[in-house]
Design a protein around this ligand. Structure first.
Ligand code: NDP
Length: 302
């Protein structure tokens, strides 16, 4: 029997996007700046195409300028680096996003490092990674930022809570752990070599699952009343051949024990794109010496 609160990330993201849109319109009406997002897609991966289309569409819906660049799968690395350099110099572009993964002839680190740190709205550049680690003022990666907003919505002050982050990737697990530490949680990072995964998870007031394994976390790993954030997006086979998306946690057994959990789809995913727009808005303000809109994150929950 399900008893956990289902955290509605779709609705929270809609509210956040609406507020971002209002702020962008205000900046435009005052002739201060039109925030601009450039998205680069290399190759024809179907999932990446959907992500890029959604990001560009939602940027336009938030009244931002949106620039899309599609390069063939076999594009030489130098061409991609030249495009990034051009966008680094372009005053109409405040945020640059290169959709990952990239094809094998391209060195992903080299590409990330080529983006000007103040235009790196994914927060993957070492300057921004360093800022997050040392408490500086950088750009925070979108997925962990979205997860943090959902957690703060549900729990308010996170200080002193025991958090377990399942997964240690550079784009989700590590920045998530750094953010939770910044919120004064007691943080454990678990991964494929962790010895007592179930026991570690069972101690968590907050569990963030980002492993990429369908329904890996069962209800018996969950502390009663815990808040569970499911980052995983996994496509599984179904009898009708259409397939469907599931998360990294086993939704039915986890909702019977947890206090709250995010669904897949409709949880973390929509927040990721909303946070991308938020990072673009803040980047545009910073590049024009304007104050970033205050309290904008909280508007998602009013
Ligand atoms: P990665 O594959 O880069 O990282 C997975 C992590 O999980 C690794 O640290 C790995 O450990 C760990 N892991 C794998 N198997 C196990 C296991 N059996 N037990 C414990 N730990 C394990 O994935 P990402 O971080 O990029 O993504 C994770 C999931 O989140 C995916 O499903 C992805 O699709 C989804 N995602 C969703 C987003 C959204 O917007 N909702 C955005 C980004 C990702 P080790 O390091 O030891 O190998």
């Amino acid at each position: 029997m399900s008893k956990a609160e289902i955290i509605d990330g779709k609705r929270a993201a809609e509210r956040l996007r609406a507020e971002i849109g209002r702020q962008v319109v205000r900046l435009r009406e005052q002739h201060l700046v039109t925030p601009g997002l450039a998205v680069i897609l290399v190759g024809e991966d179907p999932a990446s195409q959907v992500y890029v289309r959604n990001k560009a569409r939602q940027a336009r819906e938030a009244a931002m300028a949106s620039f899309e660049y599609r390069l063939p799968h076999g594009v030489p690395q130098e061409n991609l680096l030249e495009l990034i350099e051009r966008l680094n110099q372009d005053p109409a572009v405040h945020g640059i996003l290169v959709q990952l993964p990239l094809p094998p002839q391209v060195d992903t680190d080299r590409v990330i490092n080529a983006i000007r740190p103040d235009k790196d709205i994914d927060g993957f550049h070492p300057v921004n990674v360093g800022a997050l680690a040392t408490g500086g003022d950088g750009t925070v990666p979108c997925t962990p930022l979205g997860c943090l907003m959902l957690l703060k919505h549900r729990l308010g002050d996170l200080a002193g809570l025991r958090a377990v982050v399942l997964g240690r990737s550079n784009i989700v697990g590590k920045p998530m752990a750094a953010l939770l530490l910044r919120e004064s949680c007691t943080v454990t990072i678990a991964h494929s070599r962790t010895r007592e995964l179930a026991e570690d998870c069972r101690r968590a007031d907050i569990l963030v699952a980002a492993v990429g394994r369908p329904r890996m976390v069962p209800g018996e790993w969950i502390k009663p009343g815990a808040t569970v954030i499911d980052v995983g997006i996994n496509r599984i086979e179904t009898a009708d051949g259409k397939g469907r998306l599931v998360g990294d946690v086993d939704f039915d057994s986890v909702t019977a024990v947890a206090g709250a959990t995010t669904p897949v789809p409709g949880g973390v995913g929509p927040m990721t794109i909303a946070c991308l727009l938020l990072n673009t808005l803040v980047a545009a303000c910073r590049q024009h010496g304007l104050p970033a809109p205050e309290g904008i994150m909280e508007t998602a929950w009013e």
